[in-house]
Design a protein around this ligand. Sequence first.
Ligand SMILES: C[S@@+](CC[C@H](N)C(=O)[O-])C[C@H]1O[C@@H](n2cnc3c(N)ncnc32)[C@H](O)[C@@H]1O
Length: 331
Amino acid sequence: MNSDDVQYLNEIGYGYWKSQVLFTAVEFDLFTLIGGGGKSDKIIAEKLGADLRATEMLLNALVSLRLLKKTKGIYRNTVASNRCLTKKSPLYQGDRIHHFHNMCGYWSKLSTAIKTGKPTAFDDAEGEVDEQKLREFIRAMHNIASVQAGEIYRKLQIKKYSSLLDLAGGQGTYAVRFAEKNKNLKAVVFDLPGVIKIAREHIKKSGLTGQITTKGGNCLEDSFGKGLYDIVLVSNLLHIYDADDNLEILKKCWDSLMKEGIVVVQEFVLNPSKTLPLFGTLFSLNMLMGTHSGSSYTAVEMKEWLKKAGFKNLKRVDLDMDSGLIIGCKL
Ligand SMILES: C[S@@+](CC[C@H](N)C(=O)[O-])C[C@H]1O[C@@H](n2cnc3c(N)ncnc32)[C@H](O)[C@@H]1O
């Protein structure tokens, strides 16, 4: 073992130190506080009501992580932290970072999940869904979707479609972003009733209630209608469920499409040996602990379900970030 090996192991071992620094900065909304100008550690500590010596250590670690710059004792946001970590930015990612923080509890029980094969996220969450946690989760999904919506709109040429089902659409980020650009598009956001309540608020705020409607339901139990849509988006849903459930969901997507319609699955697509990309392999463990039967899947697995559901002309479209699209045509 050479020093590079040891360094590599160390980096994995203390990886959570880096996460904790970012979680803490986001929790304090430090990047918004610093804003467009620069601030000294003293001013930042005062505004946070925090200890000066400790604040300086945190700020210096953030500089080392390339999330802040420091010149003559003044701390400034980098271009990236300004764009992704200040609250007013349309590309704000703080809710997603906060969501990673929320997952620490069940990730600390990974060894239990490996032994039992069962989720560790539900130990103390019997019964009612915590509304605040649900809102935090849905905002985290909104952060990612906000970054990806433009690229997906372009790559799928959404401007040529007129009826979209945003299945398990969360607060409807994709439907809203697509409808803003394509004024001929009518969209339905389908999700569990508790989430649809949040989607309605978001759609109302966007001023697009004339183009976007909602439907509360359970995609494992309810129909999505017959021959209604020319595009169905199934974004980040299939990883929650197993192969049998996913086949049933995709069959219902087929039913809901018009003759020339397409289904678009977005997922963290694994390579054939399921060993890359890194995020996809880790996300699989996240689903082991956070769901009852979910996983990341390979393109071959998803294409197999699409074929069985009746779809033809299957193709894959890669995206800039960790996920990819698998597209199937009804005709
Ligand atoms: C990971 S989020 C993805 C949200 C959105 N599609 C996106 O990509 O940003 C998964 C969504 O699936 C919804 N969902 C999970 N199981 C569902 C079910 N059985 N019926 C309807 N929606 C479901 C969740 O409520 C959540 O909004």
